[in-house]
Design a protein around this ligand. Structure first.
Ligand code: AHG
Ligand code: MN
Ligand code: MN
Ligand code: MN
Length: 324
């Protein structure tokens, strides 16, 4: 029997408000999928003159995706505030007592649109602890997340969700508009022979990462005693989805590239939600030394190194960082 998203949420015992929010985010995902499917016909590959808080040139679709997701959250009535990659300051909605805060990357991997590549949306749901209007309300560790979700706009549109009870994959049935459960309680194998990293940054990596990748590249003749494969999609959603589907590790480490950055990915709307989804599937996620989910955020748009995926490889990486 195929189970729909709303049926899963009630079966998982999710509170009504959380279920409503997840369903609204799913609607946003459908709207974004429809938008980007128009491609150049709707100018979705066009860049804007504006930059976001990270200094990235925004694309029209980055902004439109932000607006589509925001509109659904207003409609849900259960969201007090939204932190988005595309807006400098959190947006406070007219719902101060609403139970949730949402931190989002409305369009992840958006540069891939220029090559008709896969993109996604990432959402992190936090409790609204009552300090409405105070931007510091978003600075909660990832372990406080009530739910995490991404949508993947690929050949099929997927919705991957955790409400803290394992990680589930839903596929959009385009005829009915329903997200149907197609993979339940995903498990990431503890071992792997595949890693994902942007190797063009190699000269900027720290010793622990140099050692790890070097050992993988030595293959069957090296200390690992086997050959490793490498992949890099330049879209975190796609890279993480591959790991959920067939294992592996995804690495965006600390580096000394100028201007100095603590990794590339953003803690509150990339690293934390993906770490919850991966750990709920039995994987690990660290910044090198500590679990990503245990980090106390200091700024809304802060970046963080992220090493996630196959448990035993992540523990090996933690050990290499300890020894360095
Ligand atoms: P975004 O498009 O939301 O700004 O995120 C892009 C991120 C992430 O999706 C991906 O893993 C990473 O940037 C790619 O980085 P490189 O440009 O170094 O490949
Ligand atoms: Mn961006
Ligand atoms: Mn992103
Ligand atoms: Mn983005």
């Amino acid at each position: 029997m195929s189970m729909k998203l709303n049926e899963y949420l009630s079966q998982a015992g999710s509170p009504q408000a959380l279920a409503s929010l997840c369903l609204c985010l799913a609607e946003a995902g459908k709207a974004i999928a429809t938008l980007i499917a128009q491609g150049a016909l709707k100018g979705v590959t066009e860049k804007m003159h504006s930059t976001n808080v990270q200094g990235e040139t925004q694309m029209q679709v980055d902004i439109l995706s932000h607006e589509l997701a925001l509109a659904q959250m207003v409609l849900s009535g259960v969201v007090a505030g939204v932190l988005s990659e595309e807006v400098d300051l959190p947006v406070w909605l007219d719902a101060a007592d609403a139970p949730f805060l949402v931190s989002m990357d409305p369009l992840d991997g958006s540069s891939n649109l220029a090559i008709n590549g896969v993109v996604g949306s990432i959402f992190s749901v936090l409790p609204n602890l009552g300090a409405s209007g105070d931007d510091a309300a978003f600075l909660q560790p990832g372990s406080a997340q009530l739910a995490a979700m991404y949508l993947m706009y690929g050949p099929a549109t997927l919705l991957v969700l955790t409400v803290g009870k394992g990680t589930q994959v839903f596929t959009l049935a385009s005829e009915s508009g329903d997200f149907v459960l197609t993979q339940s309680d995903v498990q990431i194998a503890a071992d792997t022979s595949e890693f994902a990293i942007n190797a063009s940054n190699q000269r900027y990596w720290q010793p622990a990462m140099q050692r790890y990748v070097d050992e993988c590249l030595q293959g069957v003749d090296g200390p690992r005693g086997r050959d490793f494969n490498m992949r890099w999609c330049a879209s975190m959603v796609m890279d993480v989805h591959r790991i959920l589907s067939r294992g592996g590790v995804f690495l965006y480490p600390r580096d000394c590239k100028q201007p100095v950055r603590a990794g590339r990915l953003r803690l509150l709307y990339e690293a934390n939600p993906m770490s919850l989804l991966v750990t709920q599937a039995g994987g690990g996620s660290i910044n090198g030394e500590q679990d990503v989910l245990s980090l106390q955020p200091e700024q809304c748009h802060q970046r963080v190194p992220v090493l996630l995926g196959a448990k035993n490889e992540i523990e090996r990486l933690r050990e290499y960082h300890r020894q360095a």
